[in-house]
Structures are given as C-alpha cells and as structure tokens.
Design a protein. Structure first.
Length: 461
C-alpha cells in the first residue's frame, strides 16, 4: 500500500517485548492435535482500529507486506475462535466485516469439494453470515466497491494420469471453476464468471476492472459491476496462486507448464515477455510476486529434474527480475534439503531496499538486499514459513506452519515469540492497526485468532 509508518512509543514496545515470549493475557497457549480441538476463548471483545474500505489485491499490497491501518497503542481484540471448516486464507478486514475463506478440500483431487466464505464480527470472531461455493476455495476474498470476489477451483489437472504437471499446455482444475461476486454486506450473489480452469489465485481489482489469472492459461479482464468479460489473453502458463500484480499498465504473474514469469500489457492485451525459471521444480505458479519499479521478486523450489522426493538436494531459491525485460538480475539459494509435501518456497515481502522471506524446507527467515541478493541476516524458526512476513518499521512478524508467531528485530534478532496453537497449516499474520490477525488448521478444524501487538506481558522460557 506504500504507507509510511511512524513507530509509536518504540521504547515502550521494546520494554514489553525484550524478555522474549508473548503470552496472551498470561494464559498458557492452547494445545491441539489432529484429533483434538484447540481450546478456544474470547479474552477481549473489542473493535479494531481504523480499517480500509477495500481490499483490491492479494495481501492488499503490491510488495506483499500485509500491513493495514495506522499503528497505535490502543487495545484490540484478543481471541481464538473456531470456524465451521478448514481455513484456506488470511483473515481479510474491510469495514466492519472480517472475511475468511475455506472449506474441506480433502479427498480425491479429481472431485469438487464445497468451499465457503465466512463474514465474521472482527471484535468477537462470531460468524455473521456465510456462503457455500461449488468447489474448493484457496484464495483470500477480494473486496472493492462493496463487491466481494472469491475464486473457485480445485488442485486437480486435466491430463492423462501419467503426464507431469509441468507438461506444456496443461490445464489446472476440474469440476466447477470461476469467479463469484457477492454483496460484501449481505452475502447476496451478484454474478458468476465461469472458466474452464481452477481460479485459485485472488483476482486484482483496478478501477472497475477485475483481472483474473486462471488455471486454464488465460488472463481475463472482467467488469467489476456486471461480471461481463472485457477481454482475455493466453499467457502460456497455468496459474495456481500467483495473483496478478499490476505496475502501470502491465500485469505480472507466475505460472507453470512451463514454470516461469509472464508480463501482459493491459492496454494492448498482449504478452510482453515470458521468463522461464531454469531448474525450477515448483512454486513459481504458487508465489505472489512482490513488485517494485526496479525489481520483481519471486521464489521457486529448484534442483535437477530427476531429484527423488526424499533427496536433500532440493533448494529454496529467490529470484529478482527486471520489470521491463524479465531478465533475471540475481538469484539466491536460501535453503537446501528434503522438499516438504506442501509449498516449499516462501512468499517474499519487500520493504525499502530489503527482501524478507521464509521457506518450507528448514523454516529459516532471511533478509536480503533487493539490489544484489546478498543475505543480510538469517533467523531459524524451527518450522516452515511460507506466508509473507509482515514488516512494521523495526519489527518483522512471521508465522510458522506449526502456529508459532515470531517478532524479529531489524538486525535479525528474535525479540518475542508465542505459540498460538499447535497447527498443521497457517495463514498470516496480517497487521490491522494494533492487532495481528491470523488463521490456522489442526487436522480436522479451522481457527481464526487476533493477537495484540502491544501491551503483551513478557514471559521468559
């Protein structure tokens, strides 16, 4: 969003956090297993601070920094609540509603599994209303002009059973797929735009136009109000969760089949360039690109094509590309090891001249120079980190897949951490004013939490 932050009473914050570990109101962090529910609670039911009236793109930020609002020392809500199914998105706060998407997506990948969107009271976490979709939902809801947009589509492929997912021409998604629009206040359906491939990536809204990158290898421009198509172009890749990033009149996104980054001129509706990511095995199509005028930052799992899944030679690698030409300016391997079963690469956040990113191989969070890719510091978290870090002036906030929240200083020192719950998958954090919002799953249930930034009692471990 390009906001300039003023750190409010930094000394007071440092004094609160210096001892090292956050504790939610002095309570022991709730435990969870795959078969045992997390202990839910509402410690403080209170509105958040000033909010935005739109959420037009993935993480509401071109640079992937999920920070919204004006930092203050005010109190915020404190809770951990259960939602009706597994969550698949960060909590998105617009106006007086907190939107979360999810649904149970287990079972055969060639079948449709209903997705859901819940509109929640941000003060208490209670569900105000919900909608059910005809297939899986993997993307965070997007909101513009009181229209809530959510993409639908599963992770299966339209292919012969033995064809690799990287096969040229491959289409991702079977069963019902498309973009659904609802009234953001009431949940009433406004229109549906159907596609022939999964729409897992959040769309991007610019003015009255919605840009949707699909698993059917096309970028669509759609009228926000009517849902009517304006134009589309074949981009040469299927897109999984790499939402279109717009800089000027150009949209950038990562795709697969083959793996690479593509740029589309939104005025001429033509592909400007396509840049293959050499030795990439996966991840380019799943990573939201951090966009700046001088660099596009993305990530991939790289290695030789014949690597066995258990090989320790998989690499989490970060790439910087030229927005004008797609030329790779630098790349940096930040982790090596066995590839996990979920997304192995992190999603980069860019703030100023620094890139902050985690990874799914060893969970290290690194800070790199955006100009050269030089590693400035590296911090071990002990668990995979694949969501973009949230950065506020002097702090980098990261959430591990297992549910531990870290605050890291600008010099790469862990200043605080808190186990929110024993999750197996997480989304967040997002900073809303003085509160960190996040969501996570155990083996069979989904949860949403609000954690205050300031005033947390310190507790030594």
């Amino acid at each position: 969003m390009g906001l300039r932050w003023k750190w409010v009473s930094a000394l007071a914050v440092i004094g609160v956090m210096a001892a090292g570990v956050w504790s939610l109101n002095g309570r022991t962090s709730p435990a969870a297993t795959a078969v045992t529910k997390v202990v839910t609670y509402v410690d403080v039911a209170q509105d958040l601070g000033p909010t935005v009236d739109a959420w037009p793109m993935d993480d509401d930020s071109q640079d992937n920094n999920p920070v919204v609002g004006q930092v203050s020392l005010a109190d915020g809500p404190k809770y951990l609540v259960n939602v009706p199914a597994l969550v698949n998105s960060i909590p998105v706060l617009v106006g007086n509603e907190l939107y979360v998407a999810g649904g149970f997506v287990s079972g055969p990948r060639n079948q449709a599994h209903p997705g859901e969107v819940w509109a929640m009271n941000p003060a208490t976490g209670s569900v105000n209303w919900s909608v059910t979709l005809p297939n899986s939902v993997f993307a965070q809801p997007i909101v513009a002009q009181n229209v809530l947009l959510v993409g639908v589509g599963n992770a299966a492929f339209q292919r012969p059973s033995l064809a690799p997912a990287t096969t040229p021409g491959m289409v991702r998604g079977v069963g019902p797929s498309g973009l659904y629009a609802f009234n953001a206040t009431t949940g009433k359906r406004l229109w549906t735009f159907s596609t022939s491939g999964a729409d897992q990536a959040p769309p991007t809204v610019a003015g009255n136009t919605v840009y949707l990158a699909s698993g059917n290898r096309r970028l669509y421009a759609i009228n926000l109000i009517t849902g009517q198509p304006l134009w589309s172009v074949n981009i040469g890749h299927y897109v999984s969760r790499s939402s279109p990033r717009i800089l000027g009149n150009v949209a950038y996104m990562g795709g697969a089949g083959p793996l690479g980054v593509v740029a589309v001129n939104l005025t001429t509706h033509r592909v400007l360039w396509q840049q293959p990511i050499v030795h990439a095995l996966e991840g380019v199509d799943d990573t939201a690109i951090a966009v700046t005028p001088s660099r596009l930052i993305t990530a991939a799992l790289t290695g030789s094509a014949n690597l066995a899944p258990t090989s320790p030679d998989h690499q989490a690698e970060i790439f910087a590309l030229s927005p004008k030409t797609g030329h790779i300016l630098w790349s940096k391997i930040i982790a090596r090891g066995v590839a996990p079963t979920f997304k192995a690469t992190g999603t980069p956040t860019v703030v100023g001249n620094r890139v902050y990113v985690g990874n799914g191989i060893n969970g290290r969070v690194v800070c790199l120079s955006i100009e050269t890719g030089h590693v400035l510091w590296s911090v071990a978290t002990g668990s995979p980190v694949t969501r973009p870090p949230a950065v506020l002036d002097h702090r980098v906030y990261v959430l591990t897949k297992s549910g531990t929240l870290f605050a890291i200083s600008a010099k790469g020192q862990i200043v605080a951490k808190e186990n929110i719950a024993d999750f197996v998958n997480t989304y967040g954090p997002v900073v809303y004013d003085h509160t960190l919002a996040l969501s996570g799953n155990t083996g069979d249930a989904g949860y949403v939490a609000m954690v205050p930034l300031f005033g947390l009692p310190a507790k030594l471990t």
